[in-house]
Write a protein that binds this ligand. Structure first.
Ligand SMILES: Nc1ncnc2c1ncn2[C@@H]1O[C@H](COP(=O)(O)OP(=O)(O)OP(=O)(O)O)[C@@H](O)[C@H]1O
Ligand SMILES: [Mg+2]
Length: 276
């Protein structure tokens, strides 16, 4: 054995965002945003409507071109195409549902594995295993459109998880869900993170976020105004003034605490990317 000091290269974070600036015409939707998510970590991105949360996801996914800043995934620049992002282990759910019209539950979940070609047996098996993990296997052959909203949300989650991502971006996964469905969602997210996946979570349900996230990053008008442990961020006066202190407006018929302006499934927020 050598006495030479053991040199270790630090593992780069799964996601590192630095100086991210996105403008839509004259509107600066993001202004120098920076944060990191490590493997196995759950980081929540919170903030009022229009703060820029979905725009962060769209920039990471290559759907909007940043004016400045860098996005690195596992230490390397993020690719801009969806296929290459999937290959790099990045998966995302959309604000709202973003399910494809006219497909069965199983077909929805097969899309990231097989695209438009006929799925192989092994891919069908993998999709069915994923559906079973989320308690959805009995619905596999039903049209997804026919399912109640919480089940359709779970199909969207299954579609994001079926590729076994190493970075998972969840945009308001609990939107429109009640208490039992939220608890099941939290359990699924914890399971994925325990397997080493980095999770970036955008959510307005404060109790859900504070109970699930290891760290919270708060955006307001496109800037990070606070970040830290959930309890720390909750006590931050700037966060209280910008977001948490505002009394909730009546939202969708769900239980749990929702921060103001929580969009309902029927009224997606502006800027929501819709795939189908
Ligand atoms: N494609 C776009 N073109 C022009 N403006 C946009 C576009 N996408 C988003 N915006 C604007 O950028 C700002 C940030 O929007 P974004 O959707 O990122 O907010 P958010 O934090 O996700 O809000 P919410 O909580 O309501 O979903 C908003 O003012 C929004 O209107
Ligand atoms: Mg949004």
């Amino acid at each position: 054995m050598s006495d030479a000091p053991h040199e270790t290269t630090p593992t780069p974070p799964r996601l590192a965002v630095e100086g991210l600036t996105v403008a839509f015409g004259g509107l600066r939707a993001l202004d120098g945003v920076g944060f990191e998510v490590a493997d196995g970590e759950i980081v929540a991105l919170i903030g009022p409507n229009g703060a820029g949360k979905t725009t962060v996801f769209n920039a990471i996914s290559g759907l909007v071109r940043p004016r400045a800043g860098t996005i690195r995934i596992g230490g390397r620049p993020a690719p801009a195409s969806t296929t290459r992002l999937l290959r790099r282990g990045v998966s995302r759910t959309l604000q709202g549902l973003g399910l494809y019209a006219g497909m069965t539950v199983l077909e929805q979940v097969l899309v990231p594995l097989a695209g438009v070609r006929a799925a192989r047996g092994s891919e069908r098996e993998r999709a069915m295993t994923m559906l079973a993990e989320l308690g959805m296997d009995a619905d596999a052959h039903r049209p997804a459109d026919a399912l109640p909203y919480p089940e359709r949300k779970r199909v969207a989650l299954a579609r994001a998880l079926v590729t076994r991502p190493s970075l998972l971006l969840l945009d308001e996964p609990a939107g429109g869900l009640g208490g039992a469905d939220m608890a099941q969602l939290a359990e699924a997210v914890r399971r994925v993170s325990a397997g080493g996946c980095a999770v970036l979570l955008v959510e307005h349900h404060v109790d859900f976020v504070m109970g699930l996230a290891d760290r919270v990053v708060v955006l307001d008008f496109g800037r990070v105004i606070a970040s830290g442990a959930p309890a720390e961020v909750q006590r931050d006066p700037a966060v209280e003034a910008a977001y948490l202190g505002v009394p909730p407006t009546p939202g969708p018929p769900t239980s749990g605490t929702a921060a103001p302006g929580t969009p309902t499934p029927e009224t997606p927020a502006p800027g929501t990317a819709v795939r189908a």
